[in-house]
Design a protein around this ligand. Structure first.
Ligand code: CO
Length: 480
């Protein structure tokens, strides 16, 4: 093994303090002329707060990153998300609110006991989306934060127009172009806990509740699945006794227990009637990310990146990552066939048996429908962390990879070529850390060949982030 194969990825967990831009980046290669929108990303950027260090990757203070494309050129800017959590942490010199795995819930879940004094974290470091025409950063609470897509200025909390309640939510809503809304979900935690699916209309009209389901021990769910007619909650057996959260003895995720006896439960809800169509139990598994799902006759085909158990969460503690430890858990691309009838068992098959994460699809063309291509990050043989970009042709059973020694790419965001109807016709945008040089660059790859089209180097490293989205129109300043 040569040294070049063993460059530590730990540089991706070094704090970034500087805020720059917008400034033009030098481009090597050629960006497509049709690439005229903006990639907006969020991610943890500051892990050391005053004299304290957060426990977990998911707990770093959120920073927004913006890559804006026009005429073959690109500009870059970054700003910390000026959330309540950020301001309070700055003032206190330590985290002030409970995060995913840092600080007891005397902060995070105080709302359970005191509904009118929400102290939920609004450190939105997981994803960027558009709710009712407003660009928002998201985390896994019910406090999305609005920001100006041009200036990255924080504009305050997103004010829901309808009351959907809940405390815990997700940063992976689904967009339903036909119904003109996004679907998302919240959990009410308390003596009578409930899952609640709801819709966020694109036109800014009030959110409406789609379905509710009582639950004794709510599961930690990072995403869910959508087909043309159904919403599917995949309930992993990582569950919490809500009363433990009330006792506030441990940080949020530490209250959750892995209980494989419960199995993996699928709950299928009709989007239009809210009716629970059927529930199924399969063998226990854990996942963060659903890939896609669609109806096929009397069953739902549902693709997920699954782990044998929830130990991946433990491996993402900052102490392990800053030491450059090898991620031992393997997220496999797994297909489930979930029957719409109650008396038929769930079937499953592993499509790809290697470490994969951060999956994306050609969403606007194939979400909730039969599809062909999955893009994700993966771990090369002998690698310690996600160090390549992959495209799976799941119909032909073919795979292609992009990698460069010492480089660690983030989520590959697919951007469709305007006017084309062909799935996969477009490019991938990924922020890559060159760990040897301690710098990040944006790379543009042909989405199907993974051939490099261009790259543009940033003036600093960008700590490993989770998700972002490309907004094809030049973004309008949000109404404040
Ligand atoms: Co995610």
């Amino acid at each position: 093994m040569t040294g070049s194969d063993r460059v530590s990825y730990a540089a991706g967990f070094v704090d970034l303090d500087s805020e720059v831009g917008p400034l033009p980046l030098e481009v090597r290669g050629r960006f497509p002329d049709w690439l005229t929108g903006t990639l907006l990303r969020t991610g943890p950027a500051k892990f050391d707060v005053g004299a304290t260090t957060v426990n977990h990757w998911f707990d770093g203070l959120a920073m927004l990153h913006r890559f804006s494309f026009a005429g073959g050129a690109v500009t870059y800017a970054n700003r910390f998300l000026n959330s309540d959590s950020y301001r309070e942490a700055a003032a206190k010199g330590a985290l002030a609110r409970g995060e995913f795995a840092t600080d007891p819930c005397r902060t995070l879940f105080q709302r359970v006991a005191a509904v009118f004094s929400p102290q939920l974290t609004d450190n939105c470091n997981v994803n960027v989306d558009c709710f009712g025409g407003e660009i928002v950063a998201l985390t896994e609470t019910t406090l999305p934060v609005r920001f100006d897509a041009e200036t990255l200025q924080t504009l305050g909390h997103y004010a829901a127009r309808g009351d959907v309640g809940g405390m815990v939510s997700i940063a992976h809503p689904h967009h339903d172009a036909k119904r003109g809304c996004r679907f998302s979900y919240v959990v009410d935690l308390g003596r009578r806990s409930k899952y609640r699916l709801f819709a966020i209309p694109d036109d800014g009209s009030p959110e409406r509740i789609v379905a509710e389901m009582p639950v004794e021990k709510p599961a930690y769910m990072h995403s869910f699945a959508m087909t043309e007619r159904y919403l599917v909650l995949t309930e992993f057996p990582l569950v919490v006794d809500p009363l433990r959260l009330l006792l506030c003895a441990a940080p949020f995720i530490r209250n959750y227990r892995w209980d494989p006896e419960m199995g993996l439960r699928f709950h299928i809800f009709d989007k239009d009637t809210g009716q629970l169509v059927v529930s199924h139990v399969a063998e226990a598994a854990f996942a963060f990310h659903h890939v896609n799902a669609y109806e096929d006759g009397d069953e739902i085909v549902l693709d997920v990146i699954t782990y044998d158990d929830a130990s991946i969460i433990d491996q993402l503690y900052l102490s392990h990552l800053r030491a450059g430890e090898t991620l031992a858990a393997t997220g496999r691309l797994t297909r489930y066939w979930v029957p719409l009838a109650a008396d038929t068992p769930v079937d499953s098959n592993v499509i790809a048996d290697e470490m994969l994460e951060l999956p994306r699809i050609d969403y606007d063309r194939v979400a909730a429908r039969p599809y062909r291509y999955v893009w994700c990050t993966g771990r090369r043989a002998g690698g310690a962390f996600l160090d390549m970009i992959l495209v799976f042709d799941i119909i032909a059973g073919e795979t292609r990879a992009w990698s460069q020694d010492g480089c660690f790419p983030g989520e590959p965001v697919f951007v469709a070529r305007p006017g084309s109807e062909t799935e996969g016709d477009g490019v991938l945008l990924s922020v890559v850390l060159d760990a040897r040089r301690g710098l990040s660059f944006l790379i543009v790859l042909d989405a199907l060949t993974l051939e490099e089209l261009a790259r543009a180097e940033c003036p600093h490293h960008i700590p490993f982030s989770f998700h972002g989205n490309y907004f094809p129109e030049p973004t309008q300043p949000a109404a404040s």
